[in-house]
Design a protein around this ligand. Structure first.
Ligand code: PHE
Length: 346
């Protein structure tokens, strides 16, 4: 019997197990109730008393060897199965957050402006941010050394001839040079002014210019266009106020104000009582406007006797602040995700 056990020990060691089926065969043959080892334990009764001890020990050794092999092979096969199937699913783990970006509020408002004007027949024109003095100033009827040039603190690039555009009005000039009336376009874009950064001003900001040139365009058309725009963007009760003003390239000229309380003129909802935006007046200036100056039309080869036009330029930051009740313009450029996440569009 001892020889048989020794033979079986060798057999167990040599038994090749490379899959589940072989593992099961191994179990059935050696470990199961009807397996070889159990049968040998039964046979132990018939062994002469003096050999019982040593045969018993050998038999236990055989049993342990079989069990050990079963255990280690089971673990080995499980590990291999897991590795090939990837990580096991743990349904108790918290979900991985789906981090979607959001569209910047300025971009959202920019797109909305394009949409509102698009519906009333304005297309979108673009122009460069690095501009010549001619397109930014001279063609717009800013005479040399005229104090109006100092209304806009300019960043010059190359002497006094090349500069960062101080407004989007440069695109008016470029457009009127390449296209004859009728012209009906808006021109959103980034502009630069050498100003101290505060809650109300920044050295880099955005404007949207509008230009309509055709026969018989009047100031009434300008007013109605901007009334329509304000009501579409801010709601039907929004108040718009035109204040006489001066720009070299428009005559007459008017500043455009929006009620700070939006639908409650005279109230100060946007500033929240701090008055740091409307200065307590209840009105916020969002841009300038007017009838295109005859000199500007002439500078671009358009006959002012035949055509008239209106133009406006508005600050996109200001408009966005009004729309979303944002009290500090610096928030737009700080990239604070807690601020930006509030403008989820989905
Ligand atoms: N370009 C002017 C500004 O930046 C705004 C404006 C545009 C005024 C068009 C009148 C007409 O202040």
């Amino acid at each position: 019997m001892q020889d048989r056990i020794k033979e079986l020990l060798g057999e167990i060691e040599a038994f090749a197990i490379s899959n589940k089926e072989e593992l099961e065969q191994f179990r059935l043959r050696y470990i199961a109730k009807k397996g070889v080892v159990t049968a040998l334990f039964d046979e132990l009764k018939t062994v002469p008393a003096e050999e019982k001890r040593s045969v018993g020990q050998l038999l236990n050794q055989l049993k342990d060897a079989a069990m050990d092999k079963l255990k280690s092979k089971t673990a080995e096969l499980e590990a291999a199965a897991m590795a090939s199937a990837g990580k096991p699913l743990d349904l108790t783990l918290p979900p991985i957050p789906n981090e979607l970006g959001t569209i910047h509020p300025l971009t959202q408002v920019w797109e909305r402006i394009v949409e509102i004007f698009g519906r009333i027949g304005f297309n979108v024109e673009d122009g460069p941010e690095i501009e010549s003095d001619w397109n930014n100033f001279t063609a717009l009827n800013f005479p040399d050394n005229h104090p109006a040039r100092e209304m806009q603190d300019t960043f010059f690039i190359d002497g006094k001839e090349i500069l960062l555009r101080t407004h989007t009005s440069n695109v008016q000039i470029r457009l009127m040079h390449k296209q004859k009336p009728p012209i009906r376009s808006i021109m959103p874009g980034r502009v630069y002014r050498n100003e101290a950064i505060s809650a109300r001003a920044h050295c880099i900001f955005h404007q949207v210019e509008g230009l309509y040139v055709d026969k018989n365009v009047s100031f009434a058309d300008l007013k109605q266009t901007l009334y329509h725009f304000a009501k579409e963007l801010f709601g039907k009760d929004t108040q718009v106020r035109f204040r006489p003003s001066y720009f070299p390239f428009t005559e007459p000229s008017a500043e455009i104000d929006i009620s700070c309380g939006l639908n409650r003129p005279g109230t100060c909802a946007l500033c929240g009582g701090s008055k740091n935006i409307c200065k307590g007046t209840g009105w916020v200036e969002i841009g300038g406007s007017g009838m295109v100056h005859p000199n500007v039309l002439e500078n671009c080869g358009i006959d002012p006797e035949e055509f008239t036009g209106f133009a406006f330029g508005m600050g996109i930051e200001r408009i966005t602040m009004l729309k979303y009740q944002i009290r500090d313009l610096r928030l737009f450029t700080e990239n604070d995700v807690q601020f930006l996440r509030q403008f989820e569009t989905l």
